[in-house]
Design a protein around this ligand. Structure first.
Ligand SMILES: Cc1ncc(COP(=O)(O)O)c(C=O)c1O
Length: 436
C-alpha cells in the first residue's frame, strides 16, 4: 500500500481537486507542470542552494539530554525553529516562489494563521521583488502581532479577515476568493498540505527535506537512519508530512501526529479534526473536517493560531484511515506546560504549535531507551504574549497556595543568602522560577 498521492490526486479516498471553474486553468497548469519543474536541474540547483545559504539548512538534530532522562528515552529535536524566519514554513515558500517564477506569475497571495507562513511568504516575495498579499483572520492578527509587523516591514499587505471566527479557515476562504478574482496573474502560495491537488503533494515534497536530513543525521549520531518514533504537531499537517515523508514506508517507525485539543474534546472547544471530524470537502480537498450534519463547518478552537483549523491535509486523513500513523491530542494547558518544560530544561522557547508535539511525550508509552524525534517546527518569539499571560496566571495561583518545597531553589537561596520567595533582583518565585 502506498501512502503517496496517486495519479488522480488522491491519498486512499481523500484528496482530489474540488474547485470552482474559474480556478480550473490555474490548478490544471500547476498539476501539469509542478513535477517537471521540481525535477529540472535548474530548479533543484537553486532550491538546494537557497535552503543552504538563505534558510540555513540543514537544521540541527539536537540530543535533548535532560528530557531524555526525564522520559527514559533518547530524545532528539529537529530544530526547524532555527531556520530563517523561525519555522519550517520557509522550506515550502522558497519552493513555491521558484515555482511561481517558472509559471510566470507576478502576484502572490497567501493565507496565514500563526503568521509564520505569512512571514515566510512575505520574505521570499521581498527577495524576488513580487507583490505579496497575506490574508489573516482578525483574531490571529491580534494574537500574533509580532508577525504582522514583520510582514508589513517586508512590504506585504496584510488583510485582516472579519468573517467566521476570524482565524485560519476564514483567511483561507478569503485567499481563495481573491484568487478567483485574479486568476491569471496570481500564484496562491498555500501554507500547508491542504487545498486542491497538486498542492498537498507539492508542499509535502518541499517539506520532505526535514526527514531527508533526519535520516542522515540519525545515521551519524545513532548509527541508524531509523528512529523508533517521530512526533509532530498537525494543523494542516505540513511539518508532520515533512517529518514523516521519508519514513512512510518504514513500518518499524512509529509516526505520531498531535492535534490541538483546545479546552478538551468534551467541551466542543477543540481543533482536533481527526478526533472530531467526518469526511467532507474543505478548501478544494476531500478530507476529514469538523462539520455539522447539514455540512456547516464547526468553528475550531485552539490557543495556537497555527493549529486552529477545522480540516487536515488528505495525506493525514489517509494515514489515520490506514492506521499508519497514530493521532493523539494535547490541550492548551498541556501545550503550555510542555512549552515551559522545554524552555526551562533545555533553554529553547518553542512555538505554541510545536509545544503540542512536546506535550505528547508524557502521554505515550515508549520502550525504555528508544529513539524518539520531535519535530520542533518553530520558535516561540511570536507567542511571548501568551507565555507572559501564563507567567502572570502562575504568579496569581502560587500567591494563593503554599509554595511547594523546591530543594534546588532552597540550596541556591542559602548559598546566596536570599530570603524565601525573593530572587536576588527582588523577583517573586513561582514553581522554582523567578518572575518579575
Ligand atoms: C511553528 C508552526 N508549527 C506548526 C504549524 C502548523 O502547520 P502545519 O500543520 O502545516 O505544519 C504552524 C502554522 O502556522 C506553525 O507556525
Amino acid at each position: 500500500m502506498s501512502f503517496q498521492v496517486d495519479k488522480k490526486g488522491y491519498y486512499g479516498k481523500f484528496g482530489g481537486a474540488f474547485i470552482p471553474e474559474m480556478l480550473y486553468p490555474n490548478v490544471k497548469n500547476l498539476e501539469d507542470n509542478y513535477l517537471k519543474i521540481m525535477e529540472s536541474d535548474a530548479f533543484k540547483r537553486e532550491f538546494i542552494d537557497l535552503l543552504k545559504n538563505y534558510v540555513g539548512r540543514p537544521s540541527p538534530l539536537y540530543y535533548s539530554k535532560r528530557l531524555s532522562h526525564k522520559y527514559n528515552i533518547n530524545l532528539y529535536l529537529k530544530r526547524e525553529d532555527l531556520n530563517h524566519t523561525g519555522s519550517h514554513k520557509i522550506n515550502n515558500t522558497i519552493g513555491q516562489i521558484l515555482m511561481a517564477r517558472h509559471l510566470g506569475k507576478k502576484r502572490i497571495i497567501a493565507e496565514t494563521g500563526a503568521g509564520q507562513h505569512g512571514v515566510a511568504t512575505a520574505t521570499v516575495c521581498a527577495r524576488e521583488g513580487l507583490e505579496c498579499i497575506v490574508f489573516m483572520g482578525a483574531t490571529d492578527v491580534a494574537r500574533q502581532m509580532p508577525n504582522v509587523e514583520k510582514m508589513q516591514m517586508l512590504g506585504a499587505t496584510v488583510v485582516p479577515v472579519q468573517s467566521g471566527n476570524k482565524t485560519l479557515k476564514d483567511a483561507t476562504n478569503e485567499a481563495i476568493r481573491d484568487w478567483i478574482n485574479h486568476p491569471n496573474e496570481t500564484h496562491y502560495i498555500i501554507g500547508s498540505v491542504v487545498g486542491p491537488h497538486p498542492y498537498p503533494d507539492m508542499v509535502a515534497r518541499f517539506q520532505s527535506v526535514i526527514s531527508e536530513e533526519m535520516r542522515s543525521q540519525l545515521q551519524e549520531q545513532t548509527g541508524s537512519p531509523l528512529p523508533d518514533s517521530i512526533i509532530a504537531c498537525v494543523g494542516g499537517g505540513s511539518n508532520a508530512a515533512g517529518a514523516f515523508y521519508h519514513y512512510l514506508d518504514e513500518k518499524s517507525v512509529r509516526l505520531i501526529a498531535v492535534e490541538a485539543d483546545g479546552l478538551g474534546l468534551e467541551t466542543g472547544e477543540t481543533a482536533a479534526t481527526i478526533a472530531a471530524g467526518v469526511t467532507g470537502i474543505i478548501h478544494g480537498s476531500k478530507t476529514l473536517l469538523m462539520q455539522t450534519d447539514d455540512g456547516q463547518i464547526i468553528e475550531p478552537y485552539s490557543i495556537s493560531a497555527g493549529l486552529d483549523y477545522p480540516g487536515i491535509g488528505p495525506i493525514h486523513a489517509n494515514l489515520h484511515d490506514s492506521h499508519r500513523a497514530e493521532f493523539v491530542r494535547a490541550t492548551d494547558d498541556e501545550a503550555m506546560d510542555a512549552a515551559f518544560e522545554l524552555t526551562q530544561m533545555e533553554g529553547i522557547i518553542p512555538a505554541l504549535e510545536s509545544a503540542h508535539a512536546l506535550a505528547a511525550l508524557p502521554k505515550l508509552n515508549f520502550k525504555k531507551g528508544e529513539t524518539v524525534v520531535v519535530n520542533l517546527s518553530g520558535r516561540g518569539d511570536k507567542d511571548m504574549e501568551a507565555y507572559r499571560k501564563r507567567l502572570i496566571k502562575n504568579t496569581e495561583l502560587s500567591a494563593n497556595k503554599p509554595a511547594e518545597k523546591n530543594e534546588a531553589a532552597d540550596m541556591w537561596r542559602a548559598e546566596h543568602r536570599i530570603p524565601e520567595n525573593k530572587s536576588q533582583s527582588g523577583a517573586n518565585e513561582v514553581n522554582g522560577l523567578f518572575v518579575p
